[in-house]
Design a protein around this ligand. Sequence first.
Ligand code: KIV
Ligand code: ZN
Length: 530
Amino acid sequence: MSATAQSGKDRVVIFDTTLRDGEQSPGATMTHEEKLEVAELLDTMGVDIIEAGFPIASDGDFQAVHEIATRTKNAVVCGLSRAGQKDIDRAGEAIKPARRGRIHTFISTSPVHMKWKLQMEPAQVYEMVISSVSRARNHTDDVEWSCEDGTRTEHEFLFRCVEAAINAGATTINVPDTVGYTVPEEYFALIRMIRERVPNSDKAVFSVHCHDDLGMAVSNSLAGVRAGARQIECTINGIGERAGNAALEEVVMAMKVRNDVLPFWTGIDAGMLTRASKLVSAVTSFPVQYNKAVVGRNAFAHESGIHQDGMLKHTQTYEIMTPESVGVKQTSLVMGKHSGRHAFTHKLEELGYQLAGNQLEDAFVRFKALADRKKHVYDEDIEALVDEEIATAQDRIKLVSLSVIAGTRGPQRATMKLDMDGGIAIEECEGNGPVDATFNCIKALVPHEANLELYQVHAVTEGTDAQAEVSVRLSENGKSVTAKGADPDTLVASAKAYLGALNKLLIKRQKGKPEPLIAAERRVHSTDRV
Ligand code: KIV
Ligand code: ZN
C-alpha cells in the first residue's frame, strides 16, 4: 500500500486480549513467565494495546498485569475491571508502572444480563456506568468502557449508557458481541446507529469485540470497522471464551490482502504472525487447527495435482498471499549432530527465539540428544523442542526415564522414574496398552483426581522417525489445563504431556502454599535404575 493511502482516519487500532479473554478459554492457562513472553512478542509485532489480565481476579493476574506494565516498551497496557470501586482501584494499581496504561471497565446492559446476572434495575446500571468510568479516570486518562452483551441490549438504553460513559470520561467505547450472536449486517447497522444517535460520539473511539459462537467473529469485526469502529479486540489463533474471539491474524490479513474493499491499515508486522501463533499454541498447548486461516499448517499447502500444476506455473493461481508475508518459512533441513552451539543459536534467532543462559544451554543439550536419535532435524523439530523447553522451565515434576514393554502379548508394563521437587521416585505399572500403563505410573507416583479430557497425538514432521507431539488436557474441580510434550518416542511424549498438565494443575491449586509432592516413604535414591 502506498504511504498516501494510509491516512490517520483509516488506521485501525489492534487491541490484543490473548492474555485476558484468550486465557479465559477453558484449559488455556499460562504461567507468569509465559504471559511475559507472549506480551513481549505482541509488543514487538506492533500490537497497539495489550489487555494483560483481570487484576482483581487473582494475585497472579495482578502480578502479570503489573509486570507487563513495567516491561512493555511501546504498547498501551490495559487491565480489565468490573464496575465496582475495588475492581477499578486494583486495575489502576496494576497498570501504574506502564508508560501508557488503560483501564477497561465493563458492565452488562442487556435485559437478560441485568435481570439474571446483575439483578439490577437499568437505572442502577446507568448510575454505575457513570461512577465506574469517573473512578477509572482518577487513575488514568485512557479509559475504555464496554457494554457487556451490547448486541442484545435495547437500543435506546444503549445510546444513553454510551453517552453517559463518554461524558464521564471514557475515551474508547467497546460494543461487545459477548455471546457471538450478531451477523455482519446487523452489527454494521448497530455501530453506525450508535455513532449517529449518540450526541457526543465524536469524542470517543469505537471498538468491536466479537465472539465466534456462530463462526462470524472476524466478519462481524470487519463489518464494525466499515461502520466506523477503529479498534478491533482480538486474540492470537482466535482463542477465547467458548468458541473464542476474532483471530488477530485473520482481521489483520483481511485488511491487508483485501485493502481494495477494506481500506484500513494496522501497525502489525504481519511477518511475525506465524511466530505469534506458534508461541501462543505452545504456551496454551492448544493445537492450531490444520486448516486454520493464515496460520494453519495447511494454509499454504497444495495437495491436488491441478493446484500443484497451477502453482508451478504461477503462485498467484492458488495463493492470495505469500507464505513469507505471514512469516512462514519453507520447511528446511537445518542441522545434524555435528552442528555447534553457534549454528544452533543462529537458527533460534532466525526462528524468532531469544534464549539465554541456562535455557539456551538446556535447549542445546536437548537438540544434540535429538540429533543423535533423528536423521533429519527440521525447523519444526527445533520449534517443538524449544517451545517445550519454555513451557516446562518452571515444572516441579520432571520425567527422568521411562521404559515400556508393549506388543501383542500383554499386559503392557511401564517403569517410570520422576524427579519431584528434587526427590526421585520410581514406579512400575501394568495397563491396558502402553499409554495406559504409562499414565498409571504417573497416577501412582502423583496421586490425583483429575480427569483426562483429551489425549491427542500428531507428527511434527514427516517420516517414521518424526517427533510425536502429544496434547493432554486434564480437568479438576471445574478447572481444566492443557499441555504438550514432544519426543521421537510417542510414549515419552505422552508422559511429558501428562506431566506438563499436572504441573499446570499444581500451579492452579497452589495459591502461594506449595504442597509436598511425595510422601517420605515414596522417596528412593537417584541411584536406583529404571
Ligand atoms: O465478551 C465480552 O463481553 C467481554 C467483555 C469483558 C468486554 O469480554
Ligand atoms: Zn469477550
